[in-house]
Design a protein around this ligand. Structure first.
Ligand code: ASP
Length: 237
């Protein structure tokens, strides 16, 4: 009996040590939530109408516990609005927080959840004012969190996998949705209802992402983030 107890205690200690080693080697990713359909809710799983920006960061993260297997995650609520109601004040708060977080040596990347309506504008803006090479990855959803088959959780998982990938560094702000990796400059929303709404028509995709496996095709050639004219002191224009 005692030897069985000892064996299980030793096994538990080994598992806990392995988890600690894993946590120490995994990248540290912060998820900043701003609202949108990804945080939307409806009264039934099948109705078309819903309200954006209803669900908080904790519920968004709880819907995709698998992110904890690939990164050490913390979450913050920056705002909770439908992105049709995005404001300059929220933009400035978001940009300031991203720059603050990325200046910390123990933050490896940022994921931002956002509505699709102005995802292209916010990602373009952040691409000009973030002063870091670390990954900044925006994501969104076309279906609310309460839908029968929400697209948000997998988009968040893929966004975390991109933010945790060293190969994402130096490529500017990225938009990860529907298994594709877009550059902030090329990304656009093309359809009001379709989950395949996200396109990079002019310059094509930066890469694709299949359940956390990233494949990289290109890097943006235009100036962005640390090379942008707006990125802060000491940056050559
Ligand atoms: N109106 C919503 C928003 O931009 C649309 C969406 O998120 O898909 O927040």
């Amino acid at each position: 009996m005692i030897s069985k107890l000892l064996t299980s205690t030793v096994a538990l200690l080994a598992v806990s040590a392995a988890l600690q080693v894993n946590a120490a080697t995994m990248p540290n990713i912060v998820i900043l939530a701003t609202g949108g359909t990804i945080a939307g809710s409806a009264e039934s799983q099948t109705q078309a109408g819903y309200t954006s920006g209803q669900v908080g960061i904790d519920i968004l993260m709880d819907a995709v516990p698998q992110i904890k297997d690939i990164a050490n995650i913390t979450g913050e609520q920056v705002s909770n609005v439908g992105s049709q109601d995005m404001t300059d004040a929220i933009w400035l708060k978001l940009a300031e927080r991203v720059n603050q977080l990325l200046a910390k040596p123990d933050v490896d990347g940022i994921v931002i959840t956002h509505g699709t309506d102005t995802l292209e504008e916010t990602s373009y803006f952040l691409n000009l004012v973030i002063n870091s090479k670390k990954p900044v990855v925006m994501t969104a959803a076309m279906r609310p969190s309460t839908a029968l088959s929400p697209d948000g959780p997998l988009n968040i998982y893929n966004a975390v996998a991109v933010a945790a990938d060293k190969n994402a560094q130096g490529r500017g702000v990225l938009v990860v949705a529907n298994d594709d990796i877009h550059g902030a400059r090329s990304f656009t929303k093309t359809n009001t209802n379709d989950v395949q709404t996200y396109k990079s028509i002019e310059y094509s995709l930066i890469g694709v992402n299949l359940k956390g496996q990233n494949r990289w095709f290109r890097s943006p050639v235009h100036r962005h983030t640390t090379a942008s004219a707006n990125a802060g002191e000491g940056v050559e224009n």
